[in-house]
Design a protein around this ligand. Structure first.
Ligand code: 48F
Length: 256
């Protein structure tokens, strides 16, 4: 019966996809611009990469531009990345370009998947796997299970490296930092919390703060600002893209 074949098509291929992603080179938590860009470059370099996002539609804060004005501003330093993703842009002045937020977010996602990254939507990462004091994987559950507060255990996915790309909340760093005796690579050893807005400092510092924050755990995008206590930068996105590329380059060098 065609009805059964439709169901089997979905179930069989979904579980093949899940099973083939249980042992990863890199697990990325959070499908905002920085995480998606990281996924693209690492997959393109041949690494086994999966990205987990708790929402139905990954893309994080890029869909909405600013105040839902669906345009995004990019500084010229990040335009190589925009061009790599084949995104249309317009020059606004000598230093700034504008792009359409819907075109650019969908293009980031399209290219990441076509480069070989797998995206799991509706997955929330609720913890990490710890082996010999190294972050070695992620603990995942369905977002609706967590939202409903259902008493259902999660599953584990192993990875050589984990990236916290969870944005302003820096959830994975917070999860790791609250364990006894853990010190992250920050001034205080914990998650400092982002400072108020400063576009230039924020954009510079987010790229500088993109690093291995604890053995096996990297941080990129707004999570990098939040962890290291640097300023938010508002609705300018070049730093997010450059942070995603930087973390990808670091991990490619390490694993290859
Ligand atoms: O916040 P977000 O877009 O991440 P980003 O790459 O970019 C930040 C900018 O959008 C913007 C900005 C730039 O000017 O300030 O805010 O740092 O996307 C983060 C994604 O992570 C998902 C969440 O659904 C969102 O799509 N996420 C957060 N926590 C979890 C998660 C979690 N525990 N498990 C799975 N996904």
């Amino acid at each position: 019966m065609i009805e059964t074949q439709v169901s089997k098509g979905i179930i069989n291929t979904y579980f093949e996809k899940l099973q083939s992603n249980l042992d990863l080179d890199v697990a990325i938590v959070g499908g905002g611009p920085s995480g998606i860009v990281a996924a693209y470059y690492m997959a393109k370099a041949g690494l086994k990469v999966a990205l987990f996002d708790r929402k139905l539609s990954p893309g994080g804060g890029m869909w909405g531009g600013a105040m839902m004005f669906n345009q995004v501003v990019i500084q010229k330093e990040a335009m190589d990345i925009i061009n790599e993703f084949d995104i249309n842009s317009a020059s606004f002045n000598d230093d700034l370009f504008t792009i359409d937020s819907v075109e650019s977010t969908s293009s980031l996602l399209y290219h990441a998947v076509h480069a070989g990254a797998t995206i799991f939507n509706c997955y929330s990462v609720e913890d990490v796997v710890f082996k010999d004091n190294v972050v070695s994987g992620v603990v995942v559950n369905w977002t609706p299970v967590l939202r409903e507060g259902l008493h259902v255990d999660p599953l584990n996915i192993m990875a050589k490296c984990v990236i916290d790309g969870t944005g302003h909340d820096s959830e994975i760093c917070k999860t790791v930092a609250r364990k006894n005796g853990i010190r992250l690579d920050t001034e205080t050893g914990g998650v400092i919390g982002e400072r108020s807005l400063d576009v230039i400092a924020g954009e510079e510092e987010v790229v500088k703060g993109t690093k291995e924050i604890y053995p096996g755990l990297y941080v990129c995008g707004m999570a990098a600002s939040a962890v290291s206590g640097t300023p938010r930068m508002g609705p300018i996105f070049g730093g997010m893209l450059m942070s995603g590329k930087k973390v990808a380059d670091m991990i490619i060098k390490r694993i290859k």
